[in-house]
Design a protein around this ligand. Structure first.
Ligand code: ADP
Ligand code: MG
Ligand code: ZN
Length: 310
């Protein structure tokens, strides 16, 4: 069976027509940077990428992994922190454009399902997936099944609280992990802090308006004090949070990925240090931590497999 999978993150959107039995992308994928973040703009982008990868309408359906919190299986996005959405009937908008057999999933659930079906977690019964990109999210495979929770909200790891009354998060609450660790928030913190001073990160970016998490990581690597402290703060919070997840869930594998995680060696270094310090020792027996093997394709493969009912 062929289905279209779409991975709609806070920065990047990817789509592909997938041979679901083989786990193969047919005829190349489509990639865009998200520009219009309004519900209509996002729906139009989904329509465009779906038609680009499946011009002959070979698909049995469209699965969309979306970076937002859903309400059960109603297709309503309750809260999308990186888009500023509250209460959007997104599935209805999508079905009008790309067909009735269209379902939306949380992006991390789609990624977890992709890695569990075709990638780094194939055949592993208990897995925790943690991705750091524009936002922070997790997926859970428990006893061989994708665990989505009582109302489709399991894995909202970016919105666990790590600092009481801390920084305001895109979700509307304060002190979330995501508010200190995600690409979007690292960028926002640095742009606030560095307005009146010069810094290596800004130099590397060629101006404050171009600065992103990658420049901060590079500046930290070269010994810049501000960037180093920011990366250490992010890594300490992330590492402890991951250790707590492993202590709570007892997975045999932890899969890490996402655009920021992959490209930020300083963030990874600090995270690993605090993870090792904090995780319960018995939980490390028979445990391993690995990188996502499907990378950018995990979400599209997983969303296609989910809509195909694999
Ligand atoms: P999405 O969140 O859309 O799924 P990604 O996982 O690809 O996207 O991550 C996008 C994030 O990565 C953005 O916040 C962006 O600023 C950040 N980023 C881009 N380039 C780099 C880099 N070289 N190093 C670290 N982060 C980067
Ligand atoms: Mg993503
Ligand atoms: Zn939050």
């Amino acid at each position: 069976m062929r289905a279209v999978g779409v991975d709609f993150g806070g920065t990047n959107v990817r789509a592909a027509l997938v041979d679901v039995a083989a786990g193969q992308i047919l005829g190349g994928d489509a990639k865009e940077t998200v520009s219009d973040k309004s519900p209509e703009g996002v729906a139009a982008t989904v329509e465009r990428v779906v038609k680009a990868v499946d011009p002959k309408n070979e698909r049995a359906g469209v699965g969309v992994g979306f970076a937002g919190m859903l309400r059960g299986w109603t297709g309503v996005v309750v809260n999308a922190p990186n888009f500023g959405w509250r209460e959007v009937d997104f599935r209805a908008a999508l079905r009008k454009r790309v067909g009735e057999r269209t379902e939306i999933y949380n992006d991390l659930n789609a990624i977890a399902f992709g890695e569990a079906t075709y990638g780094s977690a194939r055949g592993v019964r208990d897995v925790f997936f943690c991705f750091v990109g524009t936002g922070v999210g997790a997926g859970i495979v428990a006893d061989g099944k994708l665990y989505i929770g009582a109302s489709h909200l399991a894995g909202e790891f970016g919105h666990i609280k790590v600092i009481p009354n801390g920084r305001l998060c895109g979700c509307g609450m304060h002190g979330c992990l995501e508010a200190y660790v995600s690409g979007r928030n690292l960028q926002a913190i640095a742009r606030e802090d560095l307005q009146k001073t010069t810094s290596l990160a800004v130099e590397l970016a060629g101006g404050l308006e171009h600065l992103h998490a990658g420049h901060l990581d590079e500046a930290a690597k070269r010994g810049d004090r501000y960037a180093s402290e920011l990366m250490e703060q992010a890594g300490s919070l992330l590492g402890v949070a991951m250790a707590n997840a492993v202590t709570t869930l007892n997975p045999s594998r932890l899969v890490m990925g996402g655009g920021v995680w992959e490209k930020s060696s300083e963030l990874r270094r600090h995270t690993m240090h605090f993870f090792q310090e904090s995780v319960s020792r018995p939980a490390l027996e028979g445990f391993e931590m690995v990188e996502s093997t499907l990378g950018e394709s995990a979400g599209v493969l997983g969303a296609a497999a989910l809509i195909a009912g694999k």
